[in-house]
Design a protein around this ligand. Sequence first.
Ligand SMILES: [Zn+2]
Length: 424
Amino acid sequence: MYSCSEKRMEDKIKTFSKFGDAGHGGITRYSLSPEAIMARNEFKKRMEKIGAKIEVDDVGDMYATIEGTDPGAKRIVMGSHVDSVKNGGNYDGILGVMAAMEVLETVKQCDIPHRHPLTAMIWTNEEGSLYPPAMMCSGIVCYDYLPEDIRVKFKYEDMMNSKSILDPTKTFGMALESSGFKGDKKYRLSPDKYMCMFETHIEQGPILEDNGNDIGVVDCVLGMFNYRLKFFGQTVHAGTFPMPKRRDAFLAAAETLCYLHKEIDALGIPDLVYTTGEVVCHPCVHTCVPDYFDFSFDARHEDPKILEKVLDIVKSCANKNWGNGCTCEVEKAWNRDTVYWNKKLVGFVKEAAEETGVTHQYIHSGAGHDAQFCSYVIPTTMIFVQSKDGLSHCEPEFSSVKHCTEGATVMLNAVLKADKEDEI
Ligand SMILES: [Zn+2]
């Protein structure tokens, strides 16, 4: 059993937290921004220092590889992303990159024997905060292996034309060109060169902390569906039109949302989560009764039969009268099935957690990650590190140096188990 260094991990956390420091404890580090480029250069500098070879593929994904004793063996890759949401924290994504670096540094420093080449990597534009969608570059790289209804959203040309949310004259392709990180397609992660993938990530929820566990042995990414509920009424003047005659689309949506919560909660399903996070109101003027309103409805659960039951309730909203005569349309945005991690790799992570003596438990991932797309290409798994108060995608996001290092240590020992295999 080998251990990673808390001191080195702390130094990395402090250093990377400077790139995009927003001045109140967190960072804003959009993909390919000057701040993200600083993080990439720091990754390159530190990895070159231990003798790793750097490769960059055509969408800016970076790979730092140290050779093993078997030149014919496939690589074992570890990684995550360095970009963040606006006013995000110092751990989401970057922890997986720092943990991968830490594994390589420990292997080098302790001269740990290994047969397979080991690679630390950065996926470009995971958050999609400036150039949507999220998980853009794992979507591009894994395109040929993804289910048809997922892959259609990640066509290379469409991605290159993705417009900046801050400046629609700028595209992702332009940012990539000028970043200095547009490499060669031949370096893309592929099953003929890579054997398996590990991603360490903060939990982004309170389950590990509530259960007093340091590390999560992740077994799957939850299946989910995302629908839009659209309401149509009539705009009239807010001051002149009598209340009983109004068809208020916002009121219709509010009634529907309350109905959804009441009906879905009555199913009494443990572990089901659902959210309305995005709304559109038209004309959105205080002197007008809204004639149009729509909201997103995102539901997640491991069991597809449960999601089916919830979806039946969502769909039933289309056949009802809401807000004094408004109509409602229910439209599918997208869905995904539960993605299970490779059982053998999950077993290695569990054994490694046991051997290193960290408290741990099995856990599902409620969020999507690059590892999810990668799992369609090569055997993949994830390791979660406890998040303080379950907070993420915000500046108070925090995981202790001890927990971050434990995550790296578990990954290192799981990687060394995988290293003994020819295939997973
Ligand atoms: Zn992330």
